[in-house]
Design a protein around this ligand. Structure first.
Ligand code: ZN
Ligand code: MN
Length: 481
């Protein structure tokens, strides 16, 4: 029996980000805007690897990669070459992927970078490489039981960068935070949009102290990473606990069933028979070009956070949460520019709005909320038309329906009730149905609260709380005499 709870977990990530700002694929002129197209319509002899076709490097991909390298504090190579990574898999029409390599004379476009997480933790980044995306295979049901596989080459040849970390990550949560930071950097640079399906994917190497390294592939979104890692860690620990060995292998994350399954015994590096891509000339990057990209560098998450804090006077914690999701930060700014209490607004966005989005499992762009409607809702709270509690309900409704706060309030009669006569009448009813509580209330403040509570309940929380309180107390006075 091996005690496994204290065993150290080491995780290294290989993060693939599509350069979604590019118009065409990495080595041909096929459109990169493939997501809504029928299968196998964005293809040409180059991305299908027809003999005699020649790849031509999309230079804009290099500019993107330089920006990414700079943002991750990496050393950029002045001369780099492309390699063929050979493997036979139906998603690769050429039977090799044009990629980069850091051994046998290969130099990726950048190496030796780092990214600091929120605390002191630093994740080292060993390399950044440019490569082409393979096609996409889909199955009927699961990979294990499907009778056939369907392949779509529209994605084959799309420009990717791969970011490879050292095994510095020690928990699934840290992995999620790291990936959030990467996504935020990509979005601030404007090179990759995490909102597009499958644009950011990841493979993970996981080892548990005393075990062998296992690779988990096919984690198709950053959202899934924490889930996949948690499953794999539990699986490996229970093997170790029962005295089993963990073999080196590649496993596939089955998103539908939320399990990893064994795919194949892990390929060794030499299985890929890397060799230089002779159809492409070496890529040179001058110091001037690096300097030029440095000067065109847009605002990065760190700077964005500082600006939010000074410009809107919001807390560091809120600013940090906002910039992790660029769209959310922009939503905040657009709202804050039209509202007099940005600090309050920040709390609503980071608190209620984020938790509703999380609950509904949607991105901000899929919600129908407009900045001006959120501001309107807050103003209704400020001027006493609705209570904060009703505000929360309203926000949820606005997210789902996209209706304006006024529209919903009128429709659902959410307006705060300050109609004295109406509240008096309800109080009368409560008093006659709770005679004992009325008797107790004369000497017990708890019973008073109970009666006020009944009034709030009868109005579904819409009674003006102060007014409700005073009406109940007044009525008690008259019942005493
Ligand atoms: Zn093509
Ligand atoms: Mn790769």
């Amino acid at each position: 029996m091996v005690e496994t709870t204290e065993l150290k977990v080491k995780i290294g990530l290989e993060v693939h980000c599509q350069l979604t700002n590019l118009k065409s694929k990495l080595f041909c002129s096929c459109s990169s805007d493939y997501r809504q197209s029928p299968p196998n319509t964005h293809v040409c002899p180059v991305c299908m690897g027809t003999p005699g076709s020649l790849p031509v490097l999309n230079r804009k991909a290099v500019e993107d990669a330089i920006l990414i390298a700079l943002a991750l504090n990496m050393q950029i190579s002045n001369k780099t070459i492309f390699y063929r990574k050979n493997y036979f898999y139906p998603d690769m029409p050429k039977n090799f992927q044009i990629s980069q390599y850091d051994r046998a004379g290969g130099i990726p476009i950048a190496k030796n970078g780092s990214k600091k997480l929120d605390g002191e933790k630093i994740v080292h980044i060993s390399r950044l490489q440019i490569e082409e995306d393979p096609g996409k295979i889909s199955y009927e049901g699961t990979i294990e039981t499907s009778k056939s596989a369907f392949v779509d080459y529209n994605r084959a040849g799309i420009a990717l960068v791969e970011i490879v970390t050292d095994p510095d990550i020690n928990s699934p949560k840290e992995a999620r935070i790291f990936l959030q930071k990467i996504r935020s950097i990509m979005e601030h640079l404007g090179v990759s949009s995490g909102e597009l399906e499958g644009s950011m994917r990841c493979d993970a190497n996981i080892s548990i102290q005393g075990g062998t390294r296992v690779e988990v592939k096919n984690i198709s979104s950053f959202k899934e990473v924490e889930r996949a890692l948690n499953f794999e860690i539990t699986r490996q620990k229970s093997l170790l606990r029962t005295g089993h060995r963990i073999g080196q292998e590649t496993r596939h994350w089955d998103e539908a069933r939320r399990v990893t399954i064994s795919l194949r015994v892990k390929e060794e590096e030499e299985d890929y028979r890397y060799f230089p891509e002779a159809d492409l000339v070496p890529l040179t990057i001058s110091e001037e070009e690096i300097e030029r990209q440095k000067n065109s560098m847009p605002e990065l998450p760190e700077g964005h956070m500082q600006r939010l804090m000074t410009q809107y006077d919001i807390s560091r914690q809120n600013a940090m949460t906002l910039i992790d999701n660029k769209a959310l930060a922009e939503f905040f700014e657009e709202s804050a520019d039209n509202y007099s209490h940005p600090d309050l607004l920040g709390n609503w966005i980071v608190g209620d709005l984020l938790s509703y989005l999380y609950e509904m499992d949607i991105e901000l762009k899929d919600a129908k909320l407009m900045p001006r409607d959120l501001v309107k809702m807050l103003e209704l709270i400020d001027d006493g038309t609705i209570s904060g509690k009703i505000g929360k309900e309203l926000l949820k409704e606005m997210l789902i329906t996209g209706k304006s706060p006024d529209e919903i309030i009128n429709q659902k009669e959410m307006r705060r009730i300050s109609d004295r006569e109406y509240l008096n009448q309800l109080t009368e009813e409560i008093f006659s149905s709770h005679p004992q509580a009325v008797k107790d209330a004369i000497k017990d403040p708890k019973a008073v609260r109970f009666l006020v509570g009944q009034l709030m309940k009868k109005t579904s929380g819409k009674a003006d709380p102060q007014l409700a309180n005073s009406i109940v107390n007044e009525k008690l006075k008259t019942s005493k005499t």
